[in-house]
Design a protein around this ligand. Structure first.
Ligand code: GLN
Length: 220
């Protein structure tokens, strides 16, 4: 496989742990690029929404006029993966949101912001994640949400003490934890496989354009 045949996965680069996702995606078999302009949203095969602060990512996404382009792509079936704040942004319903906070939605679920954070700010746990071979994943939770309810289309991939913390609905994936910061790239590999499968099903080749210099990730 040449480099150009690898899926091109964007990481929404307005706030959050963008670099960590870029690295994990590359290790997981994709080309990866920061996305902060509408034209860049149009140019990628898939999008990762990083961990960070969902309220800030929401505000900046609107300020940078990225919200509508992202919603259009999601409606068109673009695969996406969200970790932590990214999970909140991919959720159809958000509990304990701040006034005016919006998500993109896409996954038929209700998440509660900072749900674990009310008990303890951060913790780690080895979790079995469905679809990830090779044993448990080290899951790092930082002021993490949990999933309170899921619709019928949603597959639960992992739980922590009974709480749903990883889900998939079609080509949309979300985790309450941060695999991007552990050096274990299996969750990203799972997402890249979802993206590749999605492109094959649609009969689309990955975006052939070389990664241009404008997709800089500086300053994230
Ligand atoms: N609590 C944050 C939020 O509401 C998410 C934290 C994280 O991404 N680590 O967006």
């Amino acid at each position: 496989m040449t480099d150009r045949e690898l899926p091109l996965v964007g990481v929404l680069a307005v706030q959050g742990d963008v670099r960590e996702h870029l690295r994990a995606l590359e290790a997981g078999g994709a080309r990866a690029v920061g996305v902060r302009r509408p034209a860049e949203v149009a140019a990628v095969d898939a999008l990762v929404i990083p961990g960070g602060e969902s309220t800030t990512i929401d505000k900046l996404t609107r300020a940078f006029e990225l919200r509508e382009p992202i919603l259009d792509r999601l409606r068109g079936g673009m695969p996406a993966y969200g970790s932590c704040a990214g999970m909140i942004l991919l959720s159809d319903r958000v509990e304990d949101a701040i006034a005016g906070q919006q998500s993109f939605g896409g996954i038929d679920m209700t998440v509660r912001r900072n749900a674990f954070g009310r008990q303890v700010d951060s913790f780690e746990e080895d979790l079995a994640v469905e679809g990830v071979p090779g044993g448990p994943v080290r899951a790092v939770f930082i002021r993490a949400p949990w999933v309170e309810r899921v619709g019928e289309q949603v597959q639960v991939l992992a739980r922590h003490e009974g709480r749903i913390v990883a889900v998939r609905q079609g080509a949309l994936l979300a985790t309450a934890f941060h695999p991007e910061i552990t050096g274990d790239t299996r969750v990203h590999r799972l997402f890249v496989d979802v993206v590749a499968h999605h492109l094959r099903r649609r009969g689309e080749a990955p975006v052939g354009a070389p990664v241009s210099a404008q997709f800089s990730t500086k300053g994230t």
